[in-house]
Design a binder for this molecule. Structure first.
Ligand SMILES: *Cc1c(COP(=O)(O)O)cnc(C)c1O
Length: 426
């Protein structure tokens, strides 16, 4: 039997009853070839699959697991809370505590509302921005992902005159028509939309540290420009910090760059591995939400106590262990180890805090069209041999790696050596 025998069996069953065998398409191994291992459990920084193979994990559930897997403090919080009942559809102390914590830590927030995913957080923030401004259009950037709601699944049209075209089936062109696509790192592409649609633009939304299509680190001046132009035209600036929030530091990218957005969205880390999203901003804007205002937004499981407890416990550990400073050290160490192993190969280890993106091209791109398809092909062709050597990378060259507090320097050295070996063996 192959070393992936159990996974192969499960995969055969999965594709019969789940489209593509996965409940989220990024989990499929389509880009990297072969069959995905099925995971039995996680321990610290490691994944163990159903055949007992161990991997050093750099996916970390796509970001939430900043402390690694099955951390005792988080499990305890989840177990204790669940033992009291898993959901009430009524108010609890835990949601107040987490809201206080988030509002306290993130400077631009006066109020926050919890939802159950990043997608919901962004969708609600955009509805609120539209309700608040009374305008319909939004500007988003080519290469930024904001969840899978209809009008955000839009890629670039060609040129100014072209309105957004949906990049998913099932999204009516009319829905996408209110989404204007600009380019990262390109002031002119944003200015042009404001010239044409100034009275219609409700908000500009950006991942201030774009990390869903490579890691496209922006110039501070570009983000400041977005702040200035939105303010001038009374549109809102939305920072989608679903990845960067509580990952690059307490105040996210907004604090790092010293820029105050009008609304911010969160997810991933603040749920501690449970389904949580959040959006927040100034009281003046947030109080437009029902039941105070006319912008409706709701959720049966929003602010779920078990999820709130996991989020709170995660933030407490980060606080008690000086988490962000330690993560920065570990991640810088890993970057150096990777640079050493890949010396002499055309590659860049792009890093922002504990977000790391290895890309096999000469220069680090700042916009989506700066990513060379050969660089992605190169990563994808290496993925299987890295996996076979016990290192689990996200299964696409467009995805970033996540370092957690459970990674040790020994693991990081080992992972860098494995990646180096795979590259040399090609
Ligand atoms: C992951 C992500 C989302 C969507 O969050 P889900 O919880 O997957 O719905 C939205 N925005 C950004 C920036 C993300 O990284």
């Amino acid at each position: 039997m192959s070393r992936y025998g159990q996974s192969e069996n499960l995969y055969r069953r999965a594709v019969e009853v789940i489209p593509g065998g996965v409940n989220s398409p990024v989990r499929a191994f389509a880009a990297v070839g072969g069959m995905p291992p099925f995971i039995d459990r996680g321990e610290g920084a490691e994944l163990i699959d159903c055949d007992g193979n161990r991997y050093i994990d750099f996916c970390c559930s796509w970001g939430p697991l900043i402390l690694g897997h099955a951390r005792p403090e988080i499990l305890e919080a989840i177990q204790e809370t669940a033992a009291k009942g898993s959901s009430f559809g009524a108010s609890t102390a835990l949601e107040v505590e987490l809201a206080e914590k988030v509002v306290d830590k993130v400077e631009p927030l006066e109020k926050v509302r919890f939802v159950s995913s990043g997608t919901e957080a962004v969708m609600s923030a955009i509805r609120l921005a539209r309700g608040f401004t009374g305008r319909d259009k939004i500007i988003k950037f080519n290469g930024c992902y904001h969840g899978h709601s209809d009008y955000l699944l839009v890629k670039a049209g060609s040129g100014l005159a072209t309105l957004g075209e949906p990049s998913s089936g099932g999204v009516p062109a009319d829905f996408a028509a209110h989404t204007l696509i600009a380019d990262l790192d390109d002031e002119a592409s944003v200015e042009a939309y404001f010239e044409k649609y100034v009275k219609d633009i409700a908000a500009v939304i950006i991942e201030p540290i774009p990390a869903n299509n490579g890691l496209l680190i922006q110039r501070k001046e570009f983000l400041q420009f977005l702040r200035n132009i939105t303010k001038r035209h009374e549109a809102l600036l939305i920072f989608d910090e679903v990845i960067s929030g509580f990952r690059v530091g307490w105040g996210g990218a907004a604090d790092f760059y010293g820029i105050t957005p009008d609304l911010m969205t969160f997810g991933k880390v603040i749920g501690g591995g449970m389904p949580v999203g959040a959006f927040g901003g100034r009281t003046e804007i947030m109080d437009k939400l029902a039941p105070l205002g006319q912008v409706y937004q709701a959720g049966t499981l929003s602010g779920n106590p078990v999820a709130m407890a996991a989020g709170l416990a995660t933030l407490k550990v980060l606080e008690n262990e000086d988490g962000f400073a330690r993560l920065e050290k570990l991640s810088a160490y890993f970057q150096m180890a990777l640079d050493r192993e890949l010396e002499g190969h055309e590659s860049n280890i792009v890093r922002f805090g504990s977000l790391i993106w290895p890309v096999f091209q000469k220069d680090a791109p700042r916009r989506a069209d700066g990513i060379e398809s050969e660089a992605i092909d190169r990563f994808n062709s290496l993925h299987r041999s890295i996996l076979d050597r016990g290192v689990y990378l996200p299964p696409s060259g467009y995805e970033v790696m996540f370092v957690s507090l459970a990674h040790t320097t020994e693991m990081l050295d080992q992972a860098a050596a494995v990646i180096g070996e795979a590259v040399k063996a090609e």
